[in-house]
Design a protein around this ligand. Sequence first.
Ligand code: BGC
Length: 726
Amino acid sequence: MSPTDPDARAAELVAAMTLDEKIQLVTGFLGMPVQEGAEVGGEGLFGLTDEMTPPPGAVGSDGFVPGIPRLGIPALQLAGAGVGVTSLVPREGGESVSFPSSMSQTSTWNPPLIREFGRRIGHEARAQGINVMLGAACNLTIEPRSGRVFEYHGEDPILSGTITREELLGTQDEGVVASVKHYAANFQETGRFVVNSVVSERALREGELLAFEVALADDGEVPAPGAVMTSYNKLNGVYASENPYLLSQVLKGDWGFRGWVMSDWGAAHSTVESALAGLDQEFPHAHWYGAALKAAVESGEVPHERLDDMNHRILRTLAIVGVLDDTRPAPAKETAAGLETAQRIAEEGTVLLQNDGVLPIAPGFAGSIAVIGSHADVAVPSGGGSAAVRPVGGNPVPAEEGADLPQYWLPSSPLEALRAALPQAEVRFDGGGEAVAAADLAARSDLAIVVASQLTMEHFDVPDLHLPDGQDALVSAVAATGTPTIVVLETGGVVLTPWSSEVSAVLAAWYPGHRGGEALAAILTGAVNPSGKTPATFPVSEADLPHPEVFPMPPLPGREGPAQLTLVNILTEQQGAYFDAEYDEELLLGYKWFEAHGTDVAFPFGHGLSYTTFEYGDATAVPRPDGGLAVTVPVSNRGERRGREIVQVYAELPAEAAAPRRLVGWAKLELEPGETGEAVIGIPAKHLSTWSVEAQRWVLASGTARLDVAASSRDVRVRLEAELGA
Ligand code: BGC
């Protein structure tokens, strides 16, 4: 063992620790004060009271674990991560770049770009004294109304896991531990403390758990993601934080995970059960660990070796990622570079869903344009809750009074960016509050751009997939003027688009981040050719979903209403009022559901247009040594603009696999006009395998698989066959 061997280093430290020190390292606290007037002071949130102050030594963030100076073990300072470094309550230097939402990140299908994003937030974390980042989340968006869809990475496990992993690894490249969450099956926010997700083992392994498995894979080249956060919900009757199947059998057993498992904030419900099931650290109020864990170790209910293992896992991870012996001074912030990365993600993550040729708008366009709605004169929205980043440059749209959790608009103006990109055009703005006034401006313009938005946040699911606040009617009223209309969607996830046949173009910008306005103007005017593809299906109607409604929480008389939701959740839990959310769609998650039922969709998974066209040549598939395949296909840019194409491969496995057609890999190419490039798509054996519940392992299907080389899940360009297991 070398002196830097992380296991040796951890073992040496654990051997030197007292019982109290070992308990200290596995017991996390809230790292911020919650006082009267603080934005997070919603009653019941994490069970906090007004008297609480931040623990000494905490920088003021979501989580804190005191250090052990005599052994050189640093304090852990934890902050949220999904779209940037969060600062739930104000702290010195806590304003950061707010990056595009995870849906936007995933729409890039560009792992290296997301790795860069991870590095940016890792760097920013260090600049703010944070050494553990609480994200990213790779729960599948199988409930499209979830308030956290903007933090999730779409409906496909391989895509979600791959993109999530890059953020985690990028963060760790900077010497900051990254945690993946919420493990597992945290599909909806409604009743999130009391919901019991019911999912069969095969559906879990080939769906939600596969996303985590991909995200956490240890390839030995760089430290694998170092931490996992459990979810609030129960899974098949057992809380995630004390679930031996999830923690011991799958995560630490089958996947060989060597990092540590922390609870979500308030997600632990026991001392002994949690410790024995595999929970290594509790947050945020020493309810179940702390003194209670010490007593359980002293009484022998929790073996001392298990406490050592918890500590070993934490220390090993700190050593291998570089937190333990980090003597570097905190770096200066790199806000300008962060903004640049944010803009690139927004440019590649915006999806052109529909275009009759109205786009791009020529840079010399000298007519008039009406920009309507969503504070597009000053800002773009971002998602709310613990992932909300306090934006550098401030919030141009003051928050509603009394909001439970933070939600920010970001200082980036689509209107001003468009004016700058189209100097000869007359670009005017209408707030969109009155459809009649908006339509009037549209009628007096050559082009109308309706920016439609939907605010979503942690804790609250949206009631339905319609654009809120009459925006469907607004779009229709503007389109009815006859002025060509472009709709830009700034939403958490997918929404219904009942007006799509009335308008000329539709763009999904998701929450486009701190440079969303600039990115949007670049795409609308063709300075950037759109290349994003949607990681989730846009349905025609909610009736087409596996579950036409969000699973409802049992009502508590007199306590209804969103403002009371947090409190209601806790009270409901105390009364033992759990409810089941039964995911009986089994393997048919997302696009697989719509395909199996032959249902029309508004815009399919993997869809996204460009201002150029791509032609696919003949594809070949050759076996790889690991039992997987390598698919090669020439792709030519037949248009007049440089563009990027995301070439997708879907596999229909041999019949004995009894599995729906699935995405198994993709490649992204950038091509000049007239250029032909080769897309090479590596497909690991696991992506062509199914989970055998009987044998408890992945089984590579044998026989002939059909491979669809496609521009979207429903736009198959080349079909070929390949022998599996050959
Ligand atoms: C959220 C987590 C978050 C934690 C700390 C919880 O309510 O579910 O995603 O990391 O709070 O802010």
